[in-house]
Design a protein around this ligand. Structure first.
Ligand code: OOG
Ligand code: NI
Length: 412
């Protein structure tokens, strides 16, 4: 018998990202436009800038996406961890969006590959948020109990899919003949469901928080957005606006600067309402819409060290970060490296380590900018105990510290 062809985790990851992208493009018509414009901006940028590929090859950047999903419970988050494990994606970082200027009732991590080689092959990552149900500021005991009961009754993933994912993760891949079915089922698990939504339950949760309704008002999860990467986000912003797509007011994250681009800049637009059916209390089913998804695009820069990040936070605390940027950051990679502000492979300022993670303030801003209203909170104190360790314990997995990964990457 000839040796059967095997697909490695990164090949499955590539197919998973492509499958989600194809599905999302069918579901959200503005997304293919965004991808087209992004590709065009990247192509032109590479032509005009000799060092355009210092933060990743044109091919990597143009294929690069991140997605976002939202789940309700630690058990659901653990299932997501199992599923993404098959694609070589592990949890990195902890983001507490309850601490943002306008709080969102979730705590989050991001699933992504961690090795440089794996990232270069396909860097697909998924920002994954879990509803902060234990936080009494958002959920009183009565509502929490009812949400828990609702969530305990639903099943986001077929147990057979999760079992298969565990086997694939342990073996580092699967037979080529099994890949289509596995990836297809994984992609389908994130489609917007056609099942009617229980109208009074959804409306009740919407009054607490649109995010709570999106997560726990329905029986399934869905890909919330899929984000391409661009080399020039200011140009992208102008072009999308010229296409008649109303972007949010600002680009989130660091300002545009002449010096080295750092961390992550993002902007978004709100997707159109999508048709969903609702079941009313009398059992009748009516047509309606939900407006929960959006388009986002991002530009990535060099990863900052803890010292660089402190400077970043200080600069961003100013009323006009662009105006004071030069007081916090030097204008060349040489100085950034010499002052220990950013990561460079082997300390060589020609080899920046790209920032692979997210920014909590931008994440909360992106959530917020696409909602009609803030979450309503009450005066209760937060005794949820949420932390990175809590999350790691509750899903039974190590959550990687991004700084450790950047240190390793720099030393490699
Ligand atoms: C996630 C928002 C965070 C980002 O790029 O910062 C995010 C969400 O809306 O579920 O995706
Ligand atoms: Ni995003």
């Amino acid at each position: 018998m000839s040796a059967a062809k095997k697909l490695a985790a990164w090949q499955l990851r590539e197919r998973f990202a492509a499958g989600l992208s194809a599905m999302y493009g069918r579901e959200v018509p503005a997304y293919p436009t965004l991808v087209q414009v992004s590709t065009q901006v990247n192509r032109e940028y590479v032509k005009r800038h000799r060092d355009a590929e210092r933060l990743g090859s044109f091919d990597r950047v143009t294929a690069e996406r991140h997605g976002a999903i939202r789940v309700g419970t630690p058990a659901e988050l653990a299932a997501v961890a199992d599923l993404f494990g098959a694609f070589g994606m592990v949890p990195v970082g902890y983001y507490d969006l309850r601490e943002a200027a306008s709080p969102v009732p979730v705590v989050s991590t991001a699933f992504r590959p961690v090795d440089a080689e794996e990232l270069a092959r396909n860097p697909f990552r998924v920002f994954t948020s879990m509803l902060a149900l234990r936080d009494a500021r958002f959920f009183n005991t009565g509502l929490r109990t009812r949400v828990q009961e609702f969530l305990a009754r639903r099943q986001l993933f077929d147990p057979a899919l999760i079992a298969k994912a565990r086997v694939i993760a342990a073996e580092g891949g699967c037979l080529a003949g099994e890949a289509d079915e596995f990836v297809g089922q994984a992609v389908a698990a994130f489609a917007l469901s056609r099942e009617p939504i229980d109208k009074s339950w959804y409306d009740e949760l919407s009054r607490v928080s649109a995010v709570a309704a999106d997560i726990a008002g329905v029986g399934s999860t869905h890909i919330n957005h899929l984000t391409p990467r661009v080399l020039d986000i200011d140009e992208l912003y102008r072009r999308m606006t010229a296409c008649g797509i109303a972007m949010i007011d600002a680009i989130q994250g660091p300002p545009r600067t002449d010096g080295p681009q750092v961390l992550l800049r993002q902007t978004s637009f709100r997707a159109l309402a999508e048709p969903r059916r609702f079941r009313c209390d009398d059992g009748s089913v009516v047509d309606g819409t939900v407006r929960v998804r959006f388009g986002e695009v991002e530009a990535r820069g060099v990863a900052l060290t803890p010292k660089g990040r402190e400077r970043y936070d200080a600069a961003m605390g100013s009323d006009d970060p662009a105006a004071v940027w030069g007081q916090y950051f030097p204008s060349t990679d040489e100085e950034m490296a010499a002052q220990g502000l950013a990561y460079y492979r082997g300390g060589d300022p020609a080899k920046p380590v790209v920032y692979e993670d997210f920014l909590p303030a931008s994440a909360a801003g992106i959530f917020r900018s696409n909602l009609d209203r803030d979450a309503s909170t009450c005066d209760a104190s937060d005794d949820s105990g949420y932390s990175m360790d809590w999350m790691a314990g509750s899903i039974g997995r190590h959550i990687h510290d991004p700084y450790t990964l950047y240190d390793e990457e720099t030393a490699a």
